[in-house]
Design a protein around this ligand. Structure first.
Ligand SMILES: [Mn+2]
Length: 320
C-alpha cells in the first residue's frame, strides 16, 4: 500500500493519463474522476475520463461531465482508477486496465473496504466519499483548488454521504467540505441537482402515491403501490419512482416500507426498506430476491392483494 504523497509524486512525473471509474457511475465516482481530470490538466498532463456507461442526465449541470468518453483517444503513460473496488467494476474497461499493467503506470484510489489493490500503486482508505481522498491528493499535487474542482468534489461528498448524514461522516468530511466551500463550491446547486430535482410528472405521481399509503401490522409496515395506469395517468415512466419508498419509511413507527411497482399485468417489482429492526435482505430472499439488510428488492407474480398479504405475513415474522 502506498501513501498519497508517493502517488502524488508518481502523477507529477507523467505526461498523460486515462481516468477510469466504475460502471454505472454515481456522483462520487464521477466527482472523483472530474476533479482529478481538472487537477491533472492544471499540471499540463493531458487526460481523458473513460466510462462504459452514459453519465446520468442529472449530473450534466456540471460542465465537465461532457468530457466523459466511451472511447479513449489518447495514448497515455498512466491509467488511474477512482472509486472502483476492483477492476471488474470498470466494466468493459476492466481488460484495458489489466493489460495496461504491463507497460503503463497504474494507480487505484478508492474508499471501499473490499478494494482488491488491483493496480501498481494503490491508495485505499475508507471514508464517507472517495472525493475526500481525491481532495487530499489534489492538495499534495500542489494544485490550487478552484470552483470547478470544488463543485466536482462536493458532488461526491454530498452523494456518498447522503448529504452528510451517513454514519461514516466524520470531522475530516466536514473539514474537506469547508475547504471546498471556501473555494466556491455551490452546495445548494449541487444538492438540488443530485437529490432534489424532479419533473412535474414525478411530483404529481409522488403526491398521488403518497396520499394512499397503506399501513399494516399496527402501523409498523407501510406499503405504496404504483400501477401502470398511474404511470400513464401522470405521463411518467418507471424510472421516476426511484426513491419513492423512502417516504413511507420516514413515517414514525414504520419499521418496514415497501414500494410495489406494477411492471406488467400480474408482475410486480417490490422495493423493501427497513429502519433496522427487520432484515429486508432475508424478506426479499423468501421471494428469490436480495440486496442489503436495510434495502432490498424482489420480483413477485400474481394478484396484487395476495402479494401484499404474503408480504405482510413475511414481514410480521421478521418483526417479532
Ligand atoms: Mn464512492
Amino acid at each position: 500500500m502506498h501513501d498519497l504523497r508517493e502517488i502524488a509524486q508518481v502523477l507529477k512525473g507523467i505526461k498523460s493519463a486515462l481516468i477510469f471509474t466504475h460502471s454505472r457511475s454515481d456522483g462520487d465516482a464521477l466527482g472523483s474522476a472530474l476533479a482529478l481530470f481538472y487537477a491533472l490538466q492544471k499540471l499540463n498532463i493531458r487526460c481523458e475520463i473513460c466510462n462504459d456507461c452514459d453519465v446520468p442526465e442529472k449530473y450534466f449541470f456540471l460542465d465537465g461531465m461532457k468530457e466523459v468518453v466511451k472511447t479513449p483517444s489518447l495514448d497515455v503513460d498512466a491509467y488511474i482508477a477512482v472509486d472502483s473496488s476492483d477492476e471488474t467494476r470498470l466494466g468493459t474497461f476492466a481488460n484495458v486496465f489489466l493489460q495496461g499493467k504491463r507497460k503503463k503506470i497504474t494507480v487505484n484510489i478508492d474508499h471501499h473496504v473490499s478494494n482488491t489493490r488491483f493496480a501498481q500503486y494503490n491508495f485505499v482508505r475508507t471514508c464517507a466519499a472517495n472525493c475526500q481522498n481525491i481532495a487530499e491528493l489534489i492538495a499534495l499535487l500542489g494544485v490550487s483548488m478552484d470552483k470547478n474542482i470544488a463543485d466536482a468534489l462536493m458532488l461526491g461528498l454530498l452523494t456518498d454521504s447522503g448529504a452528510f448524514s451517513h454514519s461514516d461522516v466524520d470531522g475530516q468530511t466536514f473539514r474537506i467540505a469547508a475547504t471546498l466551500a471556501d473555494a466556491g463550491a455551490d452546495v445548494n446547486t449541487v444538492n438540488y441537482h443530485a437529490f432534489k430535482k424532479q419533473s412535474k410528472a414525478r411530483a404529481a405521481l409522488y403526491g398521488h402515491t403518497m396520499s394512499a399509503i397503506r399501513y399494516l401490522l399496527e402501523d409498523r409496515m407501510a406499503v405504496i403501490v404504483i400501477t401502470k395506469a398511474m404511470l400513464e395517468q401522470f405521463g411518467a415512466d418507471q424510472s421516476v419512482t426511484e426513491g419513492f419508498v423512502d417516504f413511507p419509511l420516514s413515517v414514525e413507527g414504520v419499521e418496514v416500507a415497501l414500494a410495489i411497482l406494477e411492471v406488467k399485468p400480474h408482475q410486480y417489482k417490490i422495493s423493501l426498506r427497513s429502519k433496522g429492526k427487520a432484515n429486508v435482505n432475508q424478506i426479499a430472499a423468501t421471494y428469490g430476491g436480495g440486496g442489503h439488510v436495510l434495502a432490498s428488492g424482489c420480483m413477485m407474480f400474481g394478484d396484487l392483494e395476495e402479494i401484499i398479504d404474503k408480504l405482510r405475513y413475511t414481514v410480521s415474522t421478521h418483526l417479532d
